[in-house]
Design a protein around this ligand. Sequence first.
Ligand SMILES: [Zn+2]
Length: 70
Amino acid sequence: MCHICGRLIDTTLPVNDRMGWTLDHRVPIAVAPHLAEEPGNLAPAHRGCNSRKGANPNFRHEAPRQSRIW
Ligand SMILES: [Zn+2]
């Protein structure tokens, strides 16, 4: 399950798919570099959710967009 939007992640999708699986840092590395490899700071997320979250630690629970941006 994606920790950002709360939806299931289809692990059969290619890793570069917007809805594919990524490992996200709950507290972004840009904010807390010392937590980069802390297991408790890692959580699964959709690639699209992870990208939109970026380095904003307060980004949470926004539904994924339904269309692609090319
Ligand atoms: Zn998501």
